[in-house]
Ligand binder design. Structure first.
Ligand code: UDP
Length: 240
């Protein structure tokens, strides 16, 4: 019997994490680390959905800053998430984890379209579902897609894997004196201007009472600890 506290979770992996230390593209070592984490969650019998970012390849705002129309740039960003989703699917299947990729933009030769009830059915059959192409709409982020999909599939928590140990009052990469929060409310996140997710995603979590755990995806034991309810990283809830 699994001692997991959750039945169904949604893991958000940003493109920045996938890029590893190289800062761009897909770092094979990091991809392997993330796949091992997902395999671990699935092996605990927890139904697992993944929303993958695309910032390691293309970000809409960056494209529009370069003079590109924002909507076109955003669609390019969504396509970037599809590349990451296929890479993740490939490595997971190599490790013996059954997966399905569902894309919010139809691409039927390489992924299923997003159908909520079908996604839930895959999860019930213990397949890992990777959601690609964000929400399918420009002007959104994959963080917002993660919150939206988590609510749609009835996930009990969003796990946001990052390169640092949780949420800090300052950037711990730049300032070693930065202090980590062990818990926060979504209101505090907004009030303190903490950069965990964009504000649309934060308010969506807050309004729908969906907890979020931010943790270090590089620490091997972390995912098991998070799932068994041990205090790891930062937990953000509607109220304490
Ligand atoms: N994007 C979008 N709509 C969505 C999700 C993503 O337009 O629903 C675009 C947006 O341009 C974004 C890019 O895809 O910058 C990559 O996603 P994101 O920046 O969220 O990736 P992450 O920061 O997680 O790597």
């Amino acid at each position: 019997m699994s001692d997991a506290k959750y039945r169904r979770v949604l893991l958000k992996v940003s493109g920045e994490v996938l890029a590893g230390d190289q800062g761009y593209g897909i770092d094979p070592k990091m991809l392997d680390t993330i796949a091992e984490e997902i395999k671990e969650i699935a092996s605990m019998g927890v139904e697992t959905a993944v929303v993958i970012g695309g910032g390691n390849i293309f970000r809409g705002i960056a494209g529009s800053a370069a003079g590109m129309e924002r909507t076109s740039a955003d669609y390019m960003g969504m396509l970037a998430t599809v590349l990451n989703a296929l890479a993740l699917q490939n490595i997971l299947e190599k490790k013996g984890v059954f997966t399905r990729v569902q894309s919010a933009i139809e691409m039927k030769e390489l992924a299923e379209g997003y159908i909520r009830r079908k996604a839930i059915r895959h999860l019930e059959k213990k397949r890992v579902v990777i959601f690609a192409a964000g929400t399918g709409n420009p002007y959104f982020s994959t963080d917002t897609a993660a919150v939206l999909r988590a609510m749609e599939i009835g996930a009990e928590v969003i796990l946001k894997g990052t390169k640092v140990d949780g949420v800090f009052d300052r950037d711990p990469m730049k300032d070693p004196a930065a202090r980590k929060f062990s818990e926060l409310t979504f209101f505090e996140v907004i009030e303190k201007g903490l950069k965990i997710m964009d504000s649309t995603a934060v308010t969506l979590c807050m309004d729908n009472n969906l907890p979020l755990i931010v943790f270090n995806v590089k620490e091997k034991e972390n995912i098991r600890k998070v799932l068994t309810g041990e205090r790891v990283g930062t937990i953000i809830r509607k109220s304490r």
